[in-house]
Ligand binder design. Structure first.
Ligand SMILES: [Zn+2]
Length: 246
């Protein structure tokens, strides 16, 4: 993103489209652990992620909560509101610190209404997400945890453009919806095979080619869904509502 603080204009990549948004664009930092609250009312601001990782968990009445959505660079946090819907019982947290550009929600909404290219990008991003969700629901039914963990690590590394992923094994357990002990055992197996290694509060991909061999083919399937998004820095995302970065 390129800022022009004099008039608040910002050039950002959103839905795989480079756009210049004018009017009170502002960079904000997303500190680790910050909670993003959700409200049914139309939010005042929209936030496009430039870096970092946000995970949204769905809470169930028995008290369990599972991460159902991960957002990274190029994703719009308030996309649910753009689409005219609102998902209750969800909480989003910043898992990996980053930066977002904040713009008035009304500005984004009017830009989408006026810009056919942006609307096309929005629909393409949603289409990718639907295909991804379908693939992952099948993946959870048929593929063992080691394959899914390898797939997840590769996906996060690709999204963040890093080989050292600043997530703990506890966070990975939440992201994959399994017990921490299962992740500790399975990640230990990948480490024993010298595909990954553990660093302080992060996981290092040591051999991405072999890790891809260890992953289920859902990794390639999902990556291919994004290929049609030529020039995109990231895919669009499903997201939430009014937010406050604590
Ligand atoms: Zn799979």
């Amino acid at each position: 993103m390129h800022d022009d603080p004099s008039n608040g204009a910002a050039s950002i990549s959103i839905f795989g489209t480079e756009k210049i948004l004018t009017g009170h664009a502002q960079r904000i930092s997303l500190p680790k652990g910050a909670a993003i609250r959700q409200h049914p009312e139309t939010p005042r601001f929209a936030h496009v992620l430039l870096s970092g990782l946000i995970a949204t968990s769905l809470r169930f009445k028995e008290g369990r909560s599972v991460f159902t959505r991960v957002q990274s660079a190029g994703d719009l946090i308030e996309i649910d509101h753009v689409l005219g819907c609102y998902q209750a019982d969800t909480v989003s947290r910043v898992l990996i610190p980053g930066v977002a550009v904040r713009i008035p929600f009304a500005t984004l909404q009017s830009t989408i209404e006026e810009d056919a290219g942006l609307r096309k990008g929005l629909l393409r991003s949603l289409g990718q997400r639907v295909l991804e969700a379908e693939c992952l629901s099948a993946c959870n039914l048929v593929h063992p945890l080691e394959q899914r963990l390898a797939r997840y690590l590769l996906d996060i590394a690709q999204r963040m453009n890093v080989i050292s992923i600043p997530l703990t094994q506890g966070q990975l357990a939440q992201l994959l919806g399994v017990r921490r002990t299962s992740i500790v055992f399975t990640a230990g197996e990948l480490r024993r095979k010298k595909l990954i290694d553990f660093r302080r509060a992060s996981i290092l991909i040591q051999d991405s080619l072999q890790l891809e061999q260890a992953a289920c083919d859902c990794y390639r399937k999902i990556a291919n869904y994004r290929v049609v998004d030529a020039g995109a820095s990231a895919s669009g995302d499903l997201a939430l509502a009014e937010q406050q970065v604590a």
